[in-house]
Design a protein around this ligand. Structure first.
Ligand code: SF4
Ligand code: SF4
Length: 165
């Protein structure tokens, strides 16, 4: 069975937050008990592409343009430049900033969040985004100080959910 490191990390972060009373998870809504929201650092948030483009497989360092494959998905998973998942990495240089490289089994599309992305996506197209074309708040994560975390319109994280029209 493939183990998805991102999902595992999210579970660990949630468990740590539940065990630690000093952390105040974000609450949005009625004041009833809600599951703790993850920190921005726990959902692999990435800043906007340096060239201003929206994120898509076509500008991801994990996409092999010669074979049409994604290095982290199985060979039989169809990838096109107009798709996107939560593991998007803009450039090989950005890939080098990762702190570790795990011996990964192929990531399952239902866990990576693989989806059609057209010309590209970013926080501004996410269900959890509240902001303008430049900056906003993410209501799907919590900042270290509590409350919504500030994000950039063209950033992205693994919690991305397409905003309903
Ligand atoms: S599926 Fe994800 S990791 Fe693979 S090329 Fe597309 S955005 Fe990058
Ligand atoms: S707005 Fe969506 S994509 Fe952006 S950080 Fe929040 S959950 Fe992730």
């Amino acid at each position: 069975m493939a183990i998805d490191p991102k999902k595992l990390r999210r579970l660990v972060v949630d468990m740590l937050m539940e065990d630690d009373d000093s952390t105040t998870p974000g609450e949005h809504g009625s004041g009833e008990h809600h599951a703790a929201l993850p920190f921005l650092s726990g959902v692999l948030y990435t800043q906007p592409n340096p060239d201003g483009s929206l994120k898509r497989c076509g500008n991801c360092a994990n996409y092999a343009t010669d074979t049409g494959r994604c290095y982290i998905h199985a060979e039989d998973v169809e990838i096109t430049p107009a798709k996107l998942c939560g593991y998007h990495v803009f450039s090989p240089e950005q890939l080098k900033t990762f702190t570790s490289v795990l011996p990964l089994a192929p990531v399952l599309p239902e866990l990576s969040g693989l989806r059609e992305a057209g010309e590209g996506q970013g926080c501004q197209g996410c269900h959890y985004y509240a902001g303008d074309d430049s900056f906003g708040d993410c209501l799907g994560v919590v900042s270290q100080l509590g409350g919504p975390a500030p994000v950039e319109a063209k950033g992205l994280c693994a919690r991305f959910e397409t905003k309903e029209a």
